[in-house]
Design a protein around this ligand. Sequence first.
Ligand code: GAR
Length: 216
Amino acid sequence: MSRVRTAVLISGRGTNLAALIEAARAPDYPAEIALVISNRHESAGLAVARAAGIPAQIILHQDYDSREAFDRAIDVAVRVSSISLVCAAGFMRIHSEWFVRQWEGRLINIHPSLLPAFPGIKVHERVLQAGERISGCTVHFVTPELDSGPIIAQATVAVLPGDTRETLAERVLAEEHKLYPQALAMVASGRVKLENDRAIFRDSSTDCSSLRHAPL
Ligand code: GAR
């Protein structure tokens, strides 16, 4: 089986990267994590990649004088490695419109809220402040607007009385680690595609399986 060569873009810890690498160890998983790129030297995720024997590159955004110039460097790196799919996993840079267009339908991101609610940063604080009873995470196709774009899969998490930013973040993260491998498999196997700015599911069972509910 030929597996879709996938790059993962990170900025930090890399726990979602670790979950993707773990899932891709299964022989029937449709994607292979073939390259990791970090925009920061100190990303713990770089060690995760190296421990798994995956080539890891550092491309520092501050070495480029525009967002697009930085993205062009990433674009070259992924093309040289014959990458077909790009996953942003805690990559804390906004992509240029140029990059998003280059990778349209082949660039996905995970965000720790039920988008379109709570895009941006400080998500869990804002969820708690707003008194939400349910939160979760979303994997979506990337479009030029931040944390937007057609939704591939979501998982819900109950917000519990007494939750703090840390406890909520921890429970959402545990769901992210299950959801992202599922969503990447859906994209890599062609079960979901971006068409006319919408996520189109190949069959209705795939559509249903794109929603997870974390047990209380
Ligand atoms: C994850 O919670 C991810 O959803 C979030 O950063 C964290 C990265 O953790 N991404 C965003 O907020 C993007 N808007 P990780 O480095 O351990 O995977």
